[in-house]
Design a protein around this ligand. Structure first.
Ligand code: FES
Ligand code: FES
Length: 152
């Protein structure tokens, strides 16, 4: 039986492996943090981590993630997560909130690779996560704030 680890817990996958990861997370595991919006890799609302890399769950079939470790916003933990959550609060980032799990999951994977980013690097890294409420500058400020806190 194919299996997958999600937020540290292993699951046997008993559904069609062509099913998108996002549907599995939301409909089968009840993890509603990753959002469905465009469904065609255009908005980033469904971003999760697969083995630490940001991945668009709406266009990722389960067969591509069998045996991997998936993290959703519900399972994001540790120093990076604490720094991001606190920075998001301090900068008052969320408006309607719909895009925010995707923003934070993308920011987390990005900061792991680039702990001292410039504005331009942040803008490029975050460009795939759309926000109809226009929180882009607040997101950028929050990423800088989290990066400062995470500096050794
Ligand atoms: S819902 Fe996946 S990129 Fe928009
Ligand atoms: S906070 Fe509303 S879509 Fe981003």
């Amino acid at each position: 039986m194919p299996s997958i680890k999600v937020n540290g817990k292993r699951y046997e996958i008993e559904i069609d492996l062509q099913t998108p990861l996002l549907w599995y997370l939301r409909d089968h595991l009840g993890l509603m943090g990753a959002k469905y919006s465009c469904g065609i890799a255009e908005c980033g609302a469904c971003t999760v981590h697969v083995d630490g890399e940001a991945v668009l769950a709406c266009v990722t079939p389960l067969e591509d993630v069998v045996g991997t470790s998936v993290t959703t916003i519900e399972g994001l933990a540790g120093n990076m997560a604490d720094a991001l959550f606190d920075a998001w609060t301090a900068e008052d980032v969320p408006q309607c909130g719909y895009c925010q799990p995707g923003q934070i999951m993308t920011a987390s994977a990005f900061l792991s690779r680039n702990p001292k980013p410039t504005d331009a690097q942040i803008d490029e890294a975050m460009s795939g996560v759309l926000c109809r409420c226009g929180t882009y500058s607040a997101v950028r400020n929050a990423i800088h704030r989290a990066a400062r806190r995470l500096q050794p």
